[in-house]
Design a protein around this ligand. Structure first.
Ligand code: ADP
Ligand code: SF4
Length: 697
């Protein structure tokens, strides 16, 4: 469909915007976002950014780019422009953006006290002495005037390098409690008494100087963008949108070419759907446009074209900033332009993408299994190889793995039958999305079902539990079993590698029972040895139903893995506030039936001190078993496969090894890509790698 068929309601999204000396082709602006690739994997990174440019984003920004070894963020992989030797790697990205007429933006930054400089071992710097943000035993030292001059020089030099590798926009970064100008601006981190401390005018001085330096250095060729956290959400002593956040913008209103405004820190800026709705930052940034005539960009996990049009028409912002929506669907702008709304893969707001950066590995996404795989596996989010045979495919199980393998094979052109025992498709998503705050997770199924409906070569059979005989009788050549998993009830898990409960003990439940509608007698003791969202979300659900809830975990924190998705603090504090009794560092030792309930024995994980808790029911959230009985039955009938025309049977997703929804979608996608692909020798590495040059620099 050509752009002429665009729905005029959305024309406004495709208007160009002038940013200083450069002009965007439309209002779709991929704000800076981390990706776990950075300076470590430049080709991987350039391919990922390039795909977004191809998908229609008018502006594509980098992640943070370190400008000097005096502020580096190892072990995280961010961009680097320490000196000219870092330039060729970034040129890969600007070339990839320009190939598709996107502007490239460089978020150069100096983050002072927010990093311990673990790699360079240089002493971090800050407006005033302060321990670094991480728990490393190191303090940032107070900067003197020479230090300030040095930071300005490094910033200026990095801006020049950014310009010279082709960036069209160059940032001055004061966001997320990571950019040094914000540390100067905030009274919480600036106790100086010289001309850089005290009054707001003084505290804003470094930001002003960096903007002026950058304009002077590259302003003739590059738009200069300020990213400012207008609210730190730290109360009146911090920067707030009601006072100093706005006052600072008013003071510097016309200096930059674009204001990129958001809230700090990153966990506030990138809140998950569990804790925020689309457009959640509006109330902090809506007034910024009244303070400046320069264009404004903001974020808020916008995935709906109507919401995007609305924020522009209401004068909230001029450009639609997006990180996660662009990760979930790199082709979001093109799909809107071409009226392909039902093809938009909406971000579910789960922050699995953030785990990549937090764990220093390439980014991944629940909705978009090709994210991070563009270069190393050559996967494109919209294109896939045509079917390489006439083989027919039976997929059993319409959860995330089954839906994705069926969708991607359908896209390839295979004839696919997708069967599920349930009367509704979605598998585990039907349960997960029923948990408090997780309704957006259903988008994983919705997107795929919408695509399947349009494919005449894919048939969905619901209410169809298949036995081994029925699978073989189907007579399809390739079989994928995405039959899911079931929770264990005997305590086996991370803490206990042998069961601690009799699996038939009365009043012991699993999440499967809860989702099946079991009524749990109060008080409920939830034992969490899983450490992701399930136990915390069930605690919230049961507490909201009025039950007394105790959450016991051997971890030091509730839902510990959600540290990686930046939700842990919100989950833990939310449960405390709603009256869930929390016991951390506590292992379940055993349970015995007493009266109508259970007496549960617990042990402190460090001291082994024993305690007991009486409860009405015990809800075990420890580990899941793959539902592989069908697979095993089919294996035992392997002798019949050939006669029935069956060439292969493969387990997928949770049925192979229970994991995240993202892992199940990825498994489904990968299986679809690999069907009929030439088999790789077992000893070969199954993806491309970026090798380190041994010579050094
Ligand atoms: P995954 O996360 O790996 O996609 P899910 O647990 O979400 O797994 O989905 C598994 C799906 O498989 C469920 O919808 C379940 O009803 C279905 N299923 C399991 N066994 C059978 C079977 N024998 N026949 C048909 N459907 C099945
Ligand atoms: Fe959105 Fe989740 Fe994908 Fe991140 S991982 S872009 S939050 S769907």
């Amino acid at each position: 469909m050509s752009s002429s068929s665009r729905d005029p309601r959305f024309d406004i999204l495709f208007e160009p915007v002038q940013i200083g000396p450069v002009r965007t082709k439309n209002r779709f602006y991929q704000v800076p976002h981390c990706n776990g690739m950075g300076h470590g994997k430049p080709a991987t990174l350039a391919a990922m950014r390039g795909v977004k440019a191809e998908g229609g984003w008018g502006v594509i920004c980098t992640e943070e780019i370190e400008i000097s070894p005096f502020s580096e963020i190892a072990p995280h992989f961010e961009g680097r422009l320490w000196d000219e030797r870092d330039m060729p790697a970034l040129q890969l990205m600007t070339d990839a953006c320009h190939e598709h007429d996107a502007l490239a933006g460089a978020e150069i930054f100096f983050n002072g006290y927010a990093t311990p400089n673990r790699y360079s071992r240089e002493i971090p710097m800050a407006p005033s002495h302060l321990p670094v943000r991480a728990t490393d035993p190191i303090q940032a030292r107070t900067m003197d005037k020479t230090d300030i001059k040095n930071v300005r020089r490094w910033h200026r030099n990095a801006a020049l390098r950014a310009r010279d590798v082709g960036f069209d926009l160059v940032y001055v970064y004061a966001g997320h409690d990571l950019g040094m100008p914000l540390h100067f601006l905030s009274r919480l981190t600036n106790r100086r008494t010289d001309e850089y401390g005290g009054s707001l005018e003084n505290r804003v001085r470094l930001l002003r100087e960096l903007i002026e330096d950058t304009k002077d250095a590259v302003g003739d060729r590059c738009g200069v963008v300020v990213r400012l956290a207008v609210d730190q959400l730290l109360g009146p002593m911090g920067v707030t949108s009601e006072n100093e956040g706005s006052d600072a913008i008013a003071m510097l209103a016309e200096l930059p070419d674009l204001w990129d405004v958001n809230i700090a820190d990153w966990s506030n800026d990138s809140q998950t759907a569990r804790f925020s709705q689309e457009g959640y930052q509006e109330r902090y940034i809506a007034h910024v446009k009244k303070l400046t005539t320069k264009p404004v960009v903001g974020v808020g996990r916008y995935t709906s074209p109507d919401a995007m049009v609305s924020v522009i028409k209401r004068g909230v912002m001029d450009l639609i900033g997006a990180a996660r929506p662009s990760i979930a669907d790199p082709f979001l702008p093109n799909k809107i332009e071409q009226g392909r709304f039902d093809e938009i893969r909406e971000c579910i707001g789960c922050n699995i993408c953030v785990t990549g950066d937090n764990l220093s590995v390439p980014i991944r996404c629940t909705q978009n299994p090709t994210m991070g795989e563009e270069w190393r596996r050559g996967w494109h989010p919209e294109r896939i190889a045509k079917a390489a045979s006439q083989d027919t495919v039976l997929v059993v199980g319409a959860g995330p793995a089954g839906l994705e393998v069926a969708r991607a094979l359908g896209q390839r052109g295979y004839e696919v039958a997708l069967a599920d025992a349930n009367t509704k498709p979605g598998g585990r998503l039907l349960n997960d999305a029923s948990l408090p705050g997780l309704s957006t997770w259903m988008r994983v199924a919705d997107y795929r079902l919408q695509q399947l409906q349009k494919m005449s070569n894919v048939n969905l059979y619901l209410d169809s539990e298949l036995s081994a005989d029925e699978v073989l009788a189907f007579g399809f050549n390739r079989v994928f079993l995405a039959t899911g998993s079931t929770w264990r009830r005997d305590g086996l898990g991370r803490q206990h590698q042998a069961p601690v409960l009799d699996a038939n003990l009365a009043n012991v439940f699993t999440p499967d029972d809860v989702f099946a509608g079991a009524a749990l007698p109060s008080p409920v003791l939830i034992y969490d040895d899983d450490h992701y969202y399930m136990a915390g979300a069930l605690a919230e659900r049961l507490r909201k139903q009025g039950l007394e809830v105790h959450l016991v975990t051997p971890s030091v924190k509730v839902s510990e893995f959600t540290e990686m998705t930046m939700e842990q603090f919100r989950i833990h504090s939310g449960l405390l506030k709603m009256g869930v009794q929390i016991q951390t560092n506590t292992a379940l030792i055993g349970a015995a039936v007493i009266g109508g309930g259970l007496l549960v024995e617990l042990a402190h994980t460090y001291s082994d001190a024993r305690s007991h808790l009486e409860c009405g029911s015990l809800l075990m959230v420890t580990m899941r078993d793959p539902k592989d009985a069908l697979f095993n039955a089919l294996q035992s009938q392997q002798g019949q496969w050939q006669a029935k025309g069956v060439k292969s049977i493969q387990l997928l997703g949770d049925a192979y090894a229970p994991g995240s929804v993202a892992a199940a979608v990825y498994a489904g996608h990968r299986a679809a890509r690999e069907l009929d692909a030439p088999e790789l020798p077992l000893d070969s590495v199954p993806f491309r790698r970026e090798m380190i040059a041994l010579e050094g620099d």
